[in-house]
Design a protein around this ligand. Structure first.
Ligand code: PMP
Length: 326
C-alpha cells in the first residue's frame, strides 16, 4: 500500500495503490475498511479515471496527441483529468456547474486547464450539453463523458477492486460506495461479484437524491449539501446498473455532517462529505451483517473515502450544521 520506495518517472505513477484503513467505529466482528483516495496526487479517487480514460483513449485513437478533452465535471474529475492531460500532452477544458467548490476550480486552472461555469439551475445536464457544444466548436476535441463512458467504471474494475481484494485476501463481504457517476461502485461491484457472486453491494446517496427510484423505491427530490454523490436526474447516470446493486441507502446531510466531524476527532481522518456518508452506511451494513440481517459471504465491508476535507474548508464543514448548510 502506497509503498513507493523507488524514484518514479512521473506523478502518474503515484496514482492508485492507496492505503486501505480500518474504520474504528465499526463492530469488532465485522470490520469496515476504507480506501483513502486523497493519497492520489490530485487528492481524490478521480485521478484513477483521469489517467485510465486518457491513456485508453490515446491508445485506441479516440483522442489525438495534442488534442483536447472537454468534460462536464463537479470538480474532482476535472482535477484528475487535468493531472493526466498535462503529463500526456493533451489540452483540457472543464464545464462546471457554479455551485461546486471554488477550490477545485482553482486547482484545475493551476494544472493548466480552462474552466467554464454553467448556471446551478441547469444542473449536471446543463454542463453535459454545454461540453458537447464546445467539443463541436473545437478541432480534435472529445468529451470523455464520465457519466456514460464505460472506461470510468473499467478504471475501478482494473485498479480499485483488485487493490481492495488483494489487501483483504479476497474476503470481502460487502462493498459500499456513494454514487455520483456510479463508476466507482460499478467497477468495484463487478469485480467483487466475479470473486464471489453473493457479495452484498450497497449504493450510497444523500437524502433528496433519486438513485433510489432506479431500484424501484420511493424518494423525494430535495437539495442536499453532500458533494460528489447523488443525482437529480437518474437518466444522466448511464453507468448505474441496478442488477449490480442490492440496496440504495440514503443518508441525511445532518448525519453525514456529524460523521465528518467524528471521523476527524476520533479517527484522525480529514475526509469530506461523501466519505462520511460512505462511513455511515458501511458501519450500518457491518452491524446488519453481524446481526444476521444481511447474508454476506464474509464478515467484512469495504468502502472508499473519495477525497479530503481540505478541499471544502471554505464551506464550513467543520463548523455547525447550519454553517455547513448555509
Ligand atoms: N465523492 C466525491 C467527492 C466525488 O467527487 C465523486 C465523483 N463525483 C464521488 C464521490 C463519486 O464517485 P463516482 O462518480 O465514481 O460515483
Amino acid at each position: 500500500m502506497t509503498t513507493h520506495r523507488e524514484p518514479l518517472p512521473s506523478v502518474l505513477d503515484t496514482i492508485g495503490n492507496t492505503p486501505l484503513v480500518a474504520v474504528h467505529a465499526a463492530p469488532e466482528e465485522v470490520p469496515v475498511y476504507a480506501k483513502l483516495e486523497s493519497f492520489n496526487p490530485g487528492a481524490s479517487v478521480k485521478d484513477r479515471i483521469g489517467k485510465y480514460m486518457l491513456e485508453r483513449m490515446l491508445d485506441d485513437g479516440t483522442l489525438e496527441p495534442g488534442g483536447t478533452v472537454v468534460e462536464p465535471t463537479a470538480g474532482n474529475t476535472g482535477i484528475g483529468i487535468a493531472v493526466a492531460a498535462g503529463q500526456l500532452g493533451v489540452d483540457a477544458v472543464f464545464v462546471v456547474p457554479e455551485r461546486f467548490s471554488v477550490e477545485k476550480q482553482r486547482l484545475m486552472r493551476a494544472l493548466g486547464a480552462e474552466v467554464i461555469n454553467t448556471p446551478t439551475d441547469d444542473g449536471m445536464g446543463g454542463a453535459i450539453d454545454r461540453a458537447h457544444e464546445l467539443a463541436e466548436e473545437l478541432d480534435d476535441a472529445v468529451v470523455p463523458q464520465q457519466f456514460s463512458n464505460p472506461l470510468n467504471s473499467e478504471a475501478h474494475y482494473a485498479t480499485t477492486g483488485p487493490e481492495v481484494y488483494d489487501a483483504l485476501d479476497d474476503e470481502v463481504g460487502a462493498i459500499v460506495a456513494g454514487c455520483g457517476t456510479a463508476g466507482t461502485l460499478m467497477g468495484m461491484a463487478r469485480y467483487g461479484r466475479e470473486r464471489h457472486p453473493d457479495t452484498y453491494v450497497v449504493a450510497v446517496e444523500p437524502e433528496g437524491s433519486l438513485y433510489a427510484t432506479v431500484v424501484g423505491e420511493e424518494a423525494e427530490e430535495a437539495e442536499y449539501k453532500t458533494e460528489g454523490i447523488g443525482t437529480h436526474d437518474p437518466a444522466t447516470n448511464e453507468l448505474f446498473d441496478p442488477a449490480l446493486v442490492d440496496e440504495v441507502s440514503q443518508v441525511a446531510d445532518r448525519r453525514t455532517h456529524e460523521e465528518i466531524q467524528r471521523l476527524a476527532r476520533e479517527e484522525g481522518q480529514l475526509v469530506a462529505s461523501s466519505s462520511a456518508a460512505n462511513s455511515v452506511v458501511a458501519r450500518d451494513v457491518a452491524r446488519r451483517i453481524r446481526d444476521g440481517e444481511i447474508d454476506a459471504p464474509y464478515d467484512s465491508v469495504a468502502t472508499v473515502f473519495p477525497d479530503s476535507s481540505e478541499r471544502y474548508l471554505s464551506k464550513g464543514l467543520y463548523g455547525s450544521f447550519e454553517e455547513w448548510e448555509g
